[in-house]
Design a binder for this molecule. Sequence first.
Ligand SMILES: Nc1ncnc2c1ncn2[C@@H]1O[C@H](COP(=O)(O)OP(=O)(O)OP(=O)(O)O)[C@@H](O)[C@H]1O
Length: 337
Amino acid sequence: MADRIVSGGDLLMAGPSDPVIETKALTKVYKSKNGSHVAVDGVNLRVDKGEFFGLLGSNGAGKSTLIGLLTTVIKPTRGRMRVAGASVKHRPVAVKRAISVVPQRNSLDPQLTLAENLEFHGRMFGLGARQARRRATRLLQECGIEDVASRTIRKVSGGQGRRALIARALMHQPQVLFLDEPTAGVDIKARRLVWNLLRGVHAAGTTIVLTTHYLEEAQELCGRIGILNRGKITAIGSPDKLRSEAGLQTVVTVQLSGDAGAVAAAADQLPEVTKAEHHGDTLRLYTHKPDGLIREVVFLAESAGLHVTSATTAAPSLDRVFLTLTSKTQPGPSVPV
Ligand SMILES: Nc1ncnc2c1ncn2[C@@H]1O[C@H](COP(=O)(O)OP(=O)(O)OP(=O)(O)O)[C@@H](O)[C@H]1O
């Protein structure tokens, strides 16, 4: 096996267009004395090889349960799923070999140093002693924690511990890396280090699925995001697709060299403008199609004998997109567009 650490694994290789994750009507119902709770509710999901996919949801939305199902830890109540080309129900061992999981809580052995934790994991996955040591050393370097390699988990910072968990997960070069809230509880500086590390892992070919409730994290890292709400995926797509699905508009604010009234009236007639407002020299346009709009406003301003002194475009934040999309399936006040 090549010693390129952050490359995609060679177990159960999927073809370029093959789904790495595929679920059909996947359902998990937790039963207790007080009744039952549907944590994952008929989820149909496909994630392709090489994707960086984010599962976004509030507390209790079902993210950890869905990750648990996909990683063979939780048994489904109903439905089917294949991960890395194998049925999770019929070939769980093959799935386990092809994936790696970074859990929410630090699960490194507190008796062992970080390096020993990595080596031990490598040996469990069949690496020889020398190969495991070499790979652990390389991964600790690539994750920027080689200087604390001989400490135990209790003697490193939260961010270093997170990176050590990711390093351990990469020891057997998984095809798919699952991360459950990889930066929960770490400070913003450490969060950025983890993000950079994950970008590198993804760029080297590993498919990544992460759960998060940090919208910024999903936006920074993920090509596609699934919004999980009460166990159901209520929206899925790129951040841009989710924005348009939420029906939220981009606001273009233009500063003119004089009163914006005439330009606002003309801009209001443009098909891509849904609303034009003005206040003194300031013009504000609401649109679903911001591309090329500022150019048109420059032209309208010139026709009115004015010029544009500044212009800004504000796409709706993912926070608003998330609130809008989740409020569509949840009782409570809706978020104004
Ligand atoms: N073992 C269990 N038994 C009963 N109910 C459970 C169990 N595990 C989770 N639940 C419930 O299932 C729902 C989904 O939980 P889950 O942990 O998957 O959500 P989550 O989106 O990961 O939340 P968080 O962001 O808080 O980690 C919650 O209502 C939770 O209370």
